[in-house]
Design a protein around this ligand. Structure first.
Ligand code: NDP
Length: 450
């Protein structure tokens, strides 16, 4: 499908030529450009200032070698990345992902999405992302430490509290952030807020661990309240993944009155008709770093099924994909719709394929896209940066209240932007437009560097 706008067609063709084979990145760019059709039409200054062609090209893309020595004394080499995509409204900000599937395309798709997500939070943060194809699974603590130190040895040359502030993502939690922060401090002799998601004893923010999952539920609650006068109360909820986002989404959805009946990991999913016992999940995933299937050995009545996709065939009212990109396809969307799902909100980044999103929208299912629904993590990271700059710590309640307020505003800004451009209820378009507007304005004010 070509774009209606000649300008967007020309820009997108060039992106395809320049980034051949980078499917995730092209998918993310295409989705955003489709939403921007009416904006480009109504605001000719966008084309005149070359805003879109500048937006789709990262300001900087860094790729580097990460050598480290494993427990057997063998040298291992991984590939490290950092994309500094756009700094129009603030220092680059975005997580680091450690997963074998990490490559240039994945990092660029995530960094591109991050520009709009960060803008939507209303906070002064630009878009960036990074990571490595290192797989933390099965590695000892010492191996993870040596890898993180080697990774930071190069990354430290490119980041800084006012330049670029990375955080966690898949495979990067408190342990990895701690090792990286320690190495940055050793190399630079500076104690600054250069990373977020830090431990509480050295500058971390209360509620950062919970923020993405909690924020997802605050957003979803506001969405279903405003669009269908509904709430989580009495609803059956299916959540994929069992990492940071999934665990805290389960906690908040349950607190808000929902019953979460399923969780997964990359091997399979558990179904517990009585409602997931989160203490058991936390023990397995956070303390023992085990597999989700161990749940059924500890909780009666629960079942485990190999393979991830089947999770979407479980009957539910609300579905929250919280694992990884493209995990929910057209067939899974059909199954959810057939079973009467009323709302889907994305905790993971780009978990629904374009086909799945189309099906949800056609069936009238409320759909909260990732860059709006999961922005609570980065928003709270920005609150951690504020606390680090002030050298103060806020209480859990203060941070949580700010997070809730931000998520409610993100919903309304996305909803209103969609309505303004004649696409009422289409939060995919609304989030893209609301995020884009502020960045585009900042880029115009700052001019083009020759
Ligand atoms: P974690 O590493 O804590 O957990 C990831 C979970 O997803 C694990 O259960 C993992 O299972 C599962 N998973 C990973 N890859 C796959 C796959 N290919 N198929 C099925 N399941 C998979 O990561 P997070 O919870 O932090 O991140 C989850 C998603 O949320 C990502 O898309 C991330 O970008 C997004 N996100 C995270 C934020 C944060 O603050 N952490 C902020 C905003 C978005 P396994 O253990 O088997 O690998």
């Amino acid at each position: 499908m070509a774009f209606k706008s000649e300008y967007l067609t020309k820009v997108y063709d060039k992106v395809c030529q320049r980034n051949k084979g980078e499917e995730e990145f092209l998918q993310a760019v295409r989705e955003v450009l489709e939403s921007l059709e009416p904006v480009v039409e109504q605001r000719p200054e966008i084309e005149k200032n070359g805003i879109i062609e500048r937006l789709v090209e990262p300001e900087r893309f860094i790729q580097f070698r990460v050598p480290w020595v494993d427990d057997n004394g063998n040298v291992q080499v991984n590939r490290g990345f950092r994309v500094q995509f756009n700094s129009a409204i603030g220092p680059y900000k975005g997580g680091l992902r450690l997963h074998p599937t990490v490559c240039a395309s994945v990092i660029k798709f995530l960094g591109f999405e991050q520009i709009f997500k960060n803008s939507l939070t209303g906070l002064p943060i630009g878009g960036g992302k990074g990571g490595s194809d290192f797989d933390p699974k099965g590695k000892s603590d010492n191996e993870v430490m040596r890898f993180c130190q080697s990774f930071m040895t190069e990354l430290s040359k490119h980041i800084g509290a006012d330049t670029d502030v990375p955080a966690g993502d898949i495979g990067v939690g408190a342990r990895e952030i701690g090792y990286m922060f320690g190495q940055y401090k050793r190399l630079r002799n500076e104690f600054t807020g250069v990373l977020t998601g830090k431990g509480l004893s050295y500058g971390g923010s209360l509620a950062r661990t919970e923020a993405t999952g909690y924020g997802l539920c605050y957003f979803t609650d506001e969405m279903i309240k405003c669009m269908k006068n509904e709430s989580f109360k009495g609803k059956t909820v299916v959540i994929s993944g069992s990492g940071n986002v999934a665990i805290y989404a389960t906690q908040k959805a349950t607190e808000l009155g929902g019953k979460v009946v399923a969780l997964s990991d990359s091997n399979g999913y558990i179904y517990d008709p009585n409602g997931i016992n989160l203490d058991v999940v936390k023990q397995i995933k956070e303390v023992e770093r085990g597999r989700i299937k161990e749940y059924v050995d500890r909780v009666q009545g629960a079942t485990y099924t190999e393979g991830c996709k089947g999770i979407w065939t479980i009957k539910c009212d609300i579905a929250l994909p919280c694992a990884t990109q493209n995990e929910l396809d057209g067939e899974s969307a059909d199954a959810l719709i057939k079973n009467g799902v009323i709302a889907v909100a994305e905790g993971a980044n780009m978990p629904s394929t374009p086909e799945a999103i189309e099906k949800f929208q056609a069936a009238g299912v409320m759909f909260g896209p990732a860059k709006a629904a999961n922005a609570g993590g980065v928003a709270t990271s920005a609150l951690e940066m504020s606390q680090n700059s002030e050298r103060l710590s806020w209480t859990f309640e203060e941070v949580d209240a700010k997070l809730k307020n931000i998520m409610v505003n993100i919903f309304h800004n996305s909803y209103n932007a969609a309505e303004k451009y004649g696409m009422k209820g289409n939060l995919v378009a609304g989030a893209n437009i609301a995020g884009f507007d502020k960045v585009a304005d900042a880029m115009m004010w700052q001019g083009v560097a020759y």
